[in-house]
Structures are given as C-alpha cells and as structure tokens.
Design a protein around this ligand. Structure first.
Ligand code: ATP
Ligand code: MG
Length: 385
C-alpha cells in the first residue's frame, strides 16, 4: 500500500462528532480533510477543509468526495454499503465495505463472532412468523433488537413473555430482528483495536463502561478496572474478530462480563467508539490518530496510557436541568477542576439523549482522577457512579 504523507487529503463519510474528532486528528498531523454529510452544520463539516453537503447515496457527491480525497474512511456504521463500494472503486477505503456490511447487521455480526470462536449471548434470528413461533422459552426474558440501524438503545424492546415478544415485533413493524436472552451483567467493557493494511495491530487498554437507559454514561480506564484474566480475554477476542474480518482501520468491540466470571461479546462498531474518547487525553496516541494512521498507511505503534481516565458523556439533558429553556451547564466551574478536559461537538441545539460532548478527567492516580470526576459529575448534576 502507498503511504499518504501529511499534505494529502483524507475523506470521511459522515459528519458527526466521531468525524469531527477524526478531522481534528488528521489536521493536527498536517492532512487536509473532506467530509460528506447532508447536514449544513454537521460537527465535522463545520471544521473540515471541504464539506460535500449531500445525501450518502448521491453519486455526484460521492464522485466529488473522491475528487477531494486520497483515501476515505467512515465515521458511522450506517453509511450505505453501496456508497462505500462505489468509493472503493476509485480510492482506498478503510474499513472496507464488506466489514462494514457485517457490522451493520446484528445477525451477520453474531455469525462472525461465532466463526471467530467468541461466545455471544444466547439468541435467535426473527425474520418470519415461523421463526417467531420457534423461539425457545429459554430466551425469555430477553431483548428484541432490530437487526439493522439500532444505536444508543434505539430499536430495542425488553420482553418477558411470548405475548410481549409478539407485540414488540409488531411494534418494530416486523423488521428483521434478533432476540437476545437477558443476561445478568456484572459489568460491561470494550476494546478498541487498530489494524493496518499490512496486518499489524495495536490496541487501547480495556475500557470499563457504565450505561444508563441503553446509552453509554461513564467509561473508566485504569490498570485493574477489570480482572486481568477477563481483560486479556477481551483483548484477545477483539484481535481475533479484527483478524477474522481482514479488517483495516479502527474497530471497537463491546463485551458483557457475567457474574460467573465469563465474558460474552455484545456487538462491534467499525470505527472509533464513544468508549475510546478518553484516549484523546489519557493516552499518548488517541483512537482518532490510530484511524488516521491506518487510513494513511503509516506505522501503528502501541499506545501508552499515561493517566488514569474517567470519561463522562454530556447528553443534551444537561442543558435542561434548570427548566424548559436551553441553558448551557456551568463550564467554568467544571474547568476549574485540575485534570478536567472538556470536549463539545459544536451541535447547534441540545435535545434530551443527544450526545453534545464529553468530559474526560485524568489524574496521576486512580483515586485522584475518580475523586475529581465525581466532583465534576456533582457540579453538572449527573448521577454519582
Ligand atoms: P450502541 O450502538 O449505542 O452501543 P445499541 O443500541 O447497539 O447501542 P446494545 O449495545 O445492543 O445497543 O445495548 C445497549 C445496552 O443495553 C448494553 O450496553 C447493555 O447495557 C444493555 N443490554 C443489551 N443487550 C443485553 C442483554 N442481552 N442482556 C443484558 N443487558 C443488555
Ligand atoms: Mg452497544
């Protein structure tokens, strides 16, 4: 593969916050950037050298993105696979359309995990009335998830009985779904890996995640956040999953830790992930720099975590803690805390549940970082963690 040195232009499909942080990392290293996103004020479009403002399947726009870019990546997994395939005819695209297509579909994703020897939660695919009837009782209570297009807990219904399952499937307009057994979670964690076109691979340390209402709320990263045996297992599984895909780019895999000490895989994201945002402040190489390096064919070096890190997600709800009118939180108070790093995504309006930014707190010790992160949470009106 040819190496694209700084001065080249790196393109990205999608203009959300992940694209914005990719653009920041690319520009810091001297690259030019191009973003394709239909929204005139998309977080990444606002800070990129080029913003092609059009639909993801607009053929002229895709050709324009190719014209600007020497190589192209993606920042959200629901970019139509057909669009990536069109781009891949003309430019180096990483991750490739085939890997993205698998990650877009829960059923295919689970089949891939199984091929790689990594266990998932017990589950069944539901695409027909007959499959609905054939679901074993052992999968209840469970979570019915649409096979495609779900995120932040959207497209998921918790069901206890067969009658609830049927009603939930009707409610999801009988779209292809996967029913997963509800597991007793002891904890959740994730691993970010980056794999180059030459097969070299590096990873960030295991990230311990707390979700609230199906949305990531807190990520904690420090030595010992997860028992060493489970941490090693999660890293080995993530590497096997990336290897099995012949993956090029940044990949995040999410896991459930169960009470009996076992670990099962939940899902993967073919891109940097919210749980890896701490790496901008707590690691000498961030997940976005890794994305730049894999796309440009630059060497991958093992990132070194230099600080215990706690990441708090800042959802739009925080803008409405003082009533129905949108009011920004008191950033000055939070920024007075040592080790607090504020990241806001430049979104023009807040909505409950919308990811507006995140705050990473780093510290010289786990205790110091945790204490400051708890103070920050209290100042912002976030629940204790
Ligand atoms: P995102 O893509 O934003 O990570 P998503 O909408 O794809 O989220 P999942 O990761 O499937 O959703 O699930 C969201 C959360 O719901 C999980 O992190 C976990 O807390 C809970 N959850 C999902 N599946 C199960 C399960 N089988 N058993 C217990 N809890 C679950
Ligand atoms: Mg998830």
């Amino acid at each position: 593969m040819t190496v694209l040195l700084p001065g080249a232009t790196l393109g990205v499909m999608g203009g959300g916050q992940l694209g914005r942080m990719f653009v920041h990392a690319a520009q810091a290293m001297g690259y030019f950037t191009a973003v394709l996103d239909p929204d005139a004020s998309s977080p990444a479009g606002l800070v990129s050298h080029h913003h092609v403002q059009a639909d993801y399947l607009d053929e002229i726009a895709l050709a324009t993105l190719c014209g600007h870019s020497d190589a192209i990546t993606t920042e959200f997994e629901n970019v139509p696979a057909a669009a990536l395939a069109q781009l891949a005819q003309h430019r180096f695209v990483a991750p490739g359309p085939a890997a993205v297509a698998i990650a877009q579909d829960r059923a295919q994703e689970k089949a891939h995990f199984t091929r790689c020897g990594v266990p998932c939660a017990p589950n069944a695919s539901i695409t027909t009335e007959a499959e609905l009837d054939a679901v074993p009782d052992a999968l209840l209570p469970g979570i019915l998830k649409t096979a495609r297009l779900g995120y932040d807990g959207k497209g998921q219904v918790r069901v206890k009985t067969r009658a609830e399952l049927r009603a939930a499937w009707d409610g999801l307009k009988r779209a292809p779904c996967v029913l997963e057994k509800m597991l007793p979670l002891a904890f959740e964690c994730s691993v970010v890996v980056a794999r180059g076109a030459d097969g070299s691979m590096v990873n960030l340390p295991v990230q311990r995640n707390l979700h609230r209402d199906g949305i990531l709320a807190v990520t904690e990263v420090f030595e010992g956040n997860v028992a060493p045996a489970q941490a090693q297992q999660a890293i080995a599984a993530t590497r096997a999953i990336a290897e099995g895909l012949g993956y090029v780019g940044v990949l995040c895999v999410e896991f459930f830790g169960l009470a009996d000490g076992s670990l099962v895989v939940n899902e993967m994201a073919p891109r940097p992930h919210n749980s890896g945002h701490w790496s901008l402040d707590g690691s000498d190489v961030s997940q976005f720099e890794l994305q730049v390096r894999t796309l440009a064919g630059l060497p991958l070096v093992q990132p070194r975590q230099h600080s215990a890190s706690f990441m708090l997600n800042l959802l739009g709800d925080l803008w409405f803690t003082r009533g129905a009118t949108e009011t920004a939180p008191n950033w000055a108070a939070v920024l007075a805390l040592p080790g607090a790093h504020l990241h806001l995504y430049g979104k023009t309006s807040a909505r409950p549940g919308r990811k507006m930014g995140h705050l990473t707190v780093t510290g010289a010790s786990v205790e110091a970082a945790r204490a400051t992160a708890s103070q920050a949470a209290a100042l912002l009106g976030l629940p204790a963690f």
